[in-house]
Design a protein around this ligand. Structure first.
Ligand SMILES: Nc1ncnc2c1ncn2[C@@H]1O[C@H](COP(=O)(O)OP(=O)(O)OP(=O)(O)O)[C@@H](O)[C@H]1O
Ligand SMILES: [Mg+2]
Length: 480
């Protein structure tokens, strides 16, 4: 043990790397002792190991340093000082930063005091007289541990973003039944396949399945199969062994390993390469795989939730998606209808997003005017819930007071009708053109009136009955 310590010290391995924080700046240590000779020795020893050193000779000095130092990573303090107790310094250090390690130095025979200090949050104590190298080791260890605790906290924060149950807003029977099915399947291990257009809430439902399940405290690991380049995805999903390829200097755990005991969300599964689909099938069937470049078979207990905005039946028919994989995934399909087919959700979602954006932007609560609500309800929402969310974010930004008016709700103009083809008789061309023009105008007026047919008929200067017939003929019922 002693030999190992000596070797570590002589190689500088322990001291020098720890003297630098991530990013390269020096770690700063505050050394407190009333004996000048002691402070000098320690100052030299720390500086020699690459630390920046601050010194103090009394409690008062030390408290000043703790208040004023721009950078401070750790404290080494004597317990008995002329004007007070090292415990005061410990308390002030913890107040400055709860994770700051404090090592107390104690004279022989006052170990009980040192133990008391450790109970009050000191990292450790060292009994005088000591070898300065021993203290260096202790400091290096303390800094390295507090660094990883900090990283852990950052990770936990990141994680806790996902630890919150997502808010599932919607009153339409369609949406309610999706949520209800998600709740029913969640406690089981059953694979879930979520299908729906882009922006309909597939990821939200995937998270809900995880959070309604007994795995809620375990990881939820999302993989966007479309976003990761084809030649990297195997590495991402299954990890690699050290030396698997040039540059693989360390073992890397893949997403399946990281998701062990939790849920893996394979998003945009329809975009996965065929060769990888075969490997995925094996994990689904056997719950086992090997890291890239590895011979060892790993087993995981992972719940699979996959999603796609593609028509997977069609992809199977076209040969771009393996049929066997499709059946493995399609155990419990959840289909989320587009927003335009569940208009009852538009207003609750709109109000919810206004609230969310106001909160995020630190603005007082806002209300949405009736005509703005009507316009939102009548709009075709091709981008689904995500488009609605974005429109309301812009509205919250542009509205100055506490009301969102119609003019703040920027809906893109309805698409221009297709130009009538110039084939056939002159009469037919005329008919097609007038039909297209009528469709465009009726759509526009229905949007403006928020779907109010009698007001639309008035504006268009036709009878209510004529408008109804045209709406039916042109298939515009979803706007009315
Ligand atoms: N019912 C809902 N209640 C609350 N927020 C919702 C709801 N549906 C969707 N959202 C929000 O809308 C946005 C889009 O949802 P999500 O990312 O889940 O959609 P998606 O189907 O995965 O989209 P894509 O296919 O583009 O990946 C997210 O910010 C999500 O939180
Ligand atoms: Mg998504």
């Amino acid at each position: 043990m002693k030999a190992a310590k000596a070797k570590a010290l002589s190689s500088g391995y322990f001291c020098l790397p720890m003297a630098h924080r991530q990013g390269g700046s020096l770690n700063t240590v505050l050394v407190v002792d009333d004996k000048k000779s002691m402070v000098d020795v320690l100052k030299r020893s720390f500086a020699g190991a690459g630390y920046a050193v601050l010194t103090a000779h009394s409690v008062k000095d030390a408290l000043d340093r703790l208040r004023s130092a721009a950078e401070l990573d750790m404290v080494v303090t004597d317990l008995k000082l002329p004007d007070g107790d090292g415990l005061q310094i410990l308390a002030a250090a913890k107040e400055r930063s709860p994770l700051m390690p404090v090592v107390v130095m104690t004279a022989h025979g006052t170990i009980e005091n040192a133990v008391r200090a450790v109970k009050q949050g000191a990292y450790d104590f060292i009994a005088k007289p000591f070898d300065p190298d021993h203290l260096l080791l202790l400091v290096a260890r303390a800094l390295s541990e507090s660094g990883s605790r900090r990283e852990n906290i950052v990770l936990k924060k990141e994680f806790s973003r996902y630890l919150r149950m997502p808010e599932l807003i919607g009153e339409s029977p369609h949406w309610q039944s999706v949520v209800e099915s998600a709740r029913k399947v969640a406690p089981l291990k059953t694979t879930v396949l979520i299908l729906g257009e882009s922006g309909t809430g597939k990821e939200l439902i995937a998270r809900a399945v995880h959070f309604f399940s007994p795995r809620a405290e375990q990881p939820f690991v999302a993989v966007n199969c479309a976003a990761i380049p084809k030649d990297l995805i195997e590495n991402e999903l299954f990890g690699h062994e050290k030396g698997a390829f040039t540059g693989a200097t360390e073992i890397k755990q893949g997403r399946f390993e990281l998701a062990d005991k939790g849920t893996i969300f394979l998003d945009e599964i329809g975009d996965m390469d065929l060769s990888l689909q075969a490997k995925l099938l094996r994990v689904l069937q056997e719950s086992e795989f090997e890291r890239v470049g590895g011979a060892r078979t790993l087993h995981v207990a992972v719940r699979i939730v996959a999603a796609s905005n593609k028509d997977l039946h069609k992809a199977v028919a076209e040969g771009s998606f393996r049929e066997d994989l499709f059946y493995r995934l399609n155990v419990f399909p959840l289909v989320i209808p587009p927003l335009r087919e569940r208009r009852a959700d538009i207003l609750p979602l709109a109000r919810h997003f206004v609230q969310v954006h106001c909160r995020e932007m630190n603005r007082p609560e806002m209300a949405i005017d009736d005509d703005a609500l009507r316009a939102l309800e009548a709009y075709a929402w091709k981008g689904n819930v995500r488009e609605l969310k974005n429109v309301l974010e812009r509205a919250v930004i542009t509205a100055e007071g506490v009301r969102i008016e119609r003019r703040h709700v920027a809906l893109s103009a309805p698409e221009a009708p297709p130009l009538p083809t110039a084939e056939g008789s002159l009469l037919a061309v005329g008919d097609a053109a007038s039909r297209a023009a009528e469709i465009a105008l009726i759509e526009q007026v229905l949007r403006e009136t928020g779907g109010n047919k009698s007001r639309a008929a008035e504006k268009l200067q036709v009878s209510y009955k004529t408008l109804l017939t045209k709406i039916k003929d042109y298939g515009l019922e979803n706007l009315a």
